[in-house]
Every structure is written in structure tokens, then in C-alpha cells.
Write a protein that binds this ligand. Sequence first.
Ligand SMILES: Nc1nc2c(ncn2[C@@H]2O[C@H](COP(=O)(O)OP(=O)(O)OP(=O)(O)O)[C@@H](O)[C@H]2O)c(=O)[nH]1
Ligand SMILES: [Zn+2]
Length: 347
Amino acid sequence: MVATDQLIGTVVAVQANFYWVQLDLDKIYLLCTRRSRLKKIGQKVMVGDRALVEEPDWEDKRGVITDVFPRETELDRPPVANANQLVLLFSLAQPPLDPMQLSRFLVKGESTGIELCLTLNKQDLVTAQEQSAWQTRLQNWGYDPFFISVETGDGLDRLKQQLKDKITILAGPSGVGKSSLINSLIPHAQLRVSAVSGKLKRGRHTTRHVELFPLPEAGLLADTPGFNQPDLNCDPLELASFLPEARTRLSQDQCQFSDCLHREEPNCAVRGNWERYEHYLEFLESAIAQTTEKQQTSNAEDSLKVKTKRAGKNHYEPRLEPKKYRRGSRRQQNQELQEWCKDIEDI
Ligand SMILES: Nc1nc2c(ncn2[C@@H]2O[C@H](COP(=O)(O)OP(=O)(O)OP(=O)(O)O)[C@@H](O)[C@H]2O)c(=O)[nH]1
Ligand SMILES: [Zn+2]
């Protein structure tokens, strides 16, 4: 039970052991640490987490996170909790819309289980006929895209409505207008609020760093670095469920074999004359290749274990530890904290 006087907020940025929390209450920001009990029980705090904050110091804008609420969704890359929408941004021209690349992003997006919103930018660079041709084509793929132009502002009101009250992740290849869109959605002053320190800003385009930008009309937006070729490393048997066309076919009919990969198998419900079936086959090859590679690696590890056992002795090898955040000296940490505090004063 959450008492009505408890302070709850959303973690919008994480750096080392500090967390920026935007409180639900008046959207105030507090720079928080994490109660050591949470660390002891291994409870990590992610961007997007809903957190309980105690010991608020309203003057210095500080607080302590004492609890984290269960997550509705959790993404690994980018590391964001509770995202409920993925906006895939592509452009209709400059760079031209590449069906295969778009398809790959869509499949990757579907594999997260988070709701997708396909948005096509630079509407101003194509004719009405070209736009309509894409619309029809993508409807056949199972999507109803938003058409926008950040340049002229067309379609932005509808997109803003779609972003309201949600945690949205923005993704798409380079050059399609992600930064332009963020700049137009979030007035400069607001962007400043979460782009808290020089360090954070520099980290914006590294894969592990992520922060949530508060939208003026409520809602949070996470930018991801532009990447052009998302990796399709899903289970080959699951792949078909990430294409709406295949899903529809499977909902209407069943394949003869429950482990059908929808290639040459007899009485397959998925194989057929639909545009992205060729894409499916190509993605399937890469999913199979990745799975085989993973299996080979784990087999090699297993045989290594057997060998060690056969030697008849307990042989302990140093384990590779995941990279830890390197703690600087206390002085360095204090300096860092001071930088952050200066940023709060600027807000
Ligand atoms: N004509 C037109 N150009 C646009 C539009 N939106 C963005 N651009 C231009 O497209 C180019 C790329 O935009 P960015 O916002 O930098 O693209 P990005 O997706 O952030 O790219 P990365 O930083 O590489 O991931 C810039 O020159 C923008 O001015 C639009 O709606 N119409
Ligand atoms: Zn099949």
C-alpha cells in the first residue's frame, strides 16, 4: 500500500550512484542516492523506474530512493524500465526509405513486446502519390504509419497526442530526423532540465547511456543512438510472431508441425505469396546462424568444464567479472556531486 503522503517519482537519468527523480508532485526534480538496503538485496535502479523517495531536502533538492516498484516492462538495450511505446522513426527521403532496413527495425521492435508506433518523417520531400503508395504498402505489412514533417510541422500535433502520458523510446537509423524531432517536441529550456551535466550530455550517444526527456504535455521520451542494422538474435521459432502478416496467417490456420520454421515444410500456414515472406526467410537465416553460434560457444564451455573435472582435481579459474563502475577517489566523487548540484541550482 502506498500512503497518500508518500513521494513517488520516475527516475529520468542515472549516473554512477546518483539518480535524478522527477516527482509526480509538481514535477519537481530531486537528485537522489539509493538506500543501501536496496543495494544489498541487489535491487538495481533503472531509468524509467517508479521509485519511492524519502528524506526530501527541498532546499538542496536531494532525496533518497528507498524502494522501486515492480516494472511493467524492462529493456536491456537501451536500459529502460516501464517503456510503453517504441516510436520507430524513418524518413521517406534523404535517406530514402529502405524496405529491408525498415522491416528489420520493425521485427526487432516487435521482439521487445512493447507497442510500436511507426512514424515516417520528411513528408515534405515526397509527393502525395509516393506517400500514399507507402501507406498502402505498409498497411499490407500490418502497420498504419504516422506521416510527419519536422521541417513544416505537419503531423506533429497527432504525434504529440500519441506521446502523452507515456514513456516512449525513439529509435531509427541515422539521419532520419530524431534529433530534429526531439528539438521540436521539447523546448530548449526543458531539454536542459534533464541534460543535467556536461558528462551526461557527452554520454548521450553511447549505447549504455540513456535518459528520459520530459515532454511539455506530460510523458517522457528516451532517445537512442542512431544505429543502422539492428541485430536479429531471437529464437528462430519465435520469429514469425514478430511479423503481423505471419501472425494473422497463424491465427487463421495452423502449420502441420508445431516446430515449423515456415520454409519447405509441408502444410505450412505461413509460407505464401506475401511481400515480406522473403524478408522473413532472410531474417530466419540470421536468427538460425546466431543461435548456432551461441550453442557452439556454450558447447565449447561445457567441454572445458568436463576436462577440468577429468583432471580429478578441483581447479578454480579466475572468473571474468562484468565490468564494474570504477569508483574514483572520494575527492573525485565529491567533485562530481558538486557538478551535479550546480546543475540543480541552474534549473
Ligand atoms: N526536408 C526535411 N529535412 C529534415 C526533416 N527533419 C529533419 N531533417 C533534416 O535531416 C537531417 C538529419 O536530421 P537529424 O535530426 O540530425 O537526424 P538524426 O536522426 O538525429 O541523425 P543521427 O544523429 O545520425 O542519429 C538534418 O539536416 C535535418 O535538418 C524534415 O521533416 N524535412
Ligand atoms: Zn509453417
